[in-house]
Ligand binder design. Structure first.
Ligand SMILES: [Mg+2]
Length: 241
């Protein structure tokens, strides 16, 4: 990677700069500060922009949410994130989705869950949380830290939701995303909007294996720095500083 050409650092959030669903910690905040002295920063996330911005304690940077269905730009004068794009794509009625989720739960032996079986986002994105929408964060974190429980189930979820792109999302869920949205599509559009070329971008992500939500970026040829533990992020940024 040619450091002199880098203009944009694009980052996954959960698992890369934070623990899943957990606020940004001081060491990683300092690492973002160091990066932002030299580069433009953007989060390319799976969650909604406002949730991401909140989890980062309002860190001043742009946020792409829901795999590109939503985009927020940080307004330095106002000191707030402004949502500049918000798309809604509904592929099919909720009943059809719920029915397929119920069938998968029977197949997987995962018919007990807390809260709802499926979470429908305003954008049209769907989350299929194996432990349910109201499971405790502690239970979610221990459920499948190395993704070995979800990997064998992934082909069945992918097949059941073949009109969508399916990812192993969060710590114990599948993200079911209307086409053509994914992080590569989102990042490409962001770059086009800001006149940034793909070879001027470096992406940091943790979920780059098959089914992971950073996979498309990883395979695209965009410079990619794998972060296998978010606590190692301050060390990983040395590659670009
Ligand atoms: Mg991640």
């Amino acid at each position: 990677m040619n450091r002199d050409r880098i203009r944009l650092i694009a980052l996954d959030m959960d698992g890369t700069i934070t623990q899943h669903r957990t606020p940004l910690e001081p060491d990683n905040r300092a690492a973002l500060d160091a990066l932002s002295e030299r580069y433009r920063l953007v989060i390319v996330g799976a969650g909604a922009c406002r949730r991401i911005h909140g989890q980062l304690n309002g860190y001043p940077m742009d946020v792409i949410g829901n795999y590109g269905m939503e985009a927020g730009e940080y307004d330095r004068e106002k000191g707030e994130l402004v949502i500049v794009e918000s798309q809604t794509v509904t592929v099919e009625p909720r009943d059809a989705v719920l029915e397929r989720a119920a069938r998968l739960r029977r197949e997987f032996g995962m018919e007990t869950f807390a809260g709802d079986s499926v979470e429908f986002h305003a954008s049209g994105m769907i989350t299929f949380p194996l432990l349910g929408t109201r499971a405790a964060i502690a239970d979610k974190l221990v459920f499948d830290p190395d993704r070995s429980r979800r990997r064998p189930l992934y082909p069945a979820v992918k097949e059941a939701f073949s009109q969508y792109t399916v990812f192993l999302g969060g710590s114990s869920s599948f993200d079911i995303v209307p086409r053509p949205f994914d992080k590569l599509y989102a990042l490409t559009r962001y770059c086009a909007r800001h006149g940034i070329a793909p070879d001027e971008v470096v992406f940091f992500g943790d979920d780059y294996l098959e089914g992971g939500n950073d996979r498309q970026v990883y395979e695209s040829g965009i410079a990619f720095v794998p972060v296998d533990d978010y606590r190692a992020f301050p060390q990983r940024i040395r590659e670009v500083l």
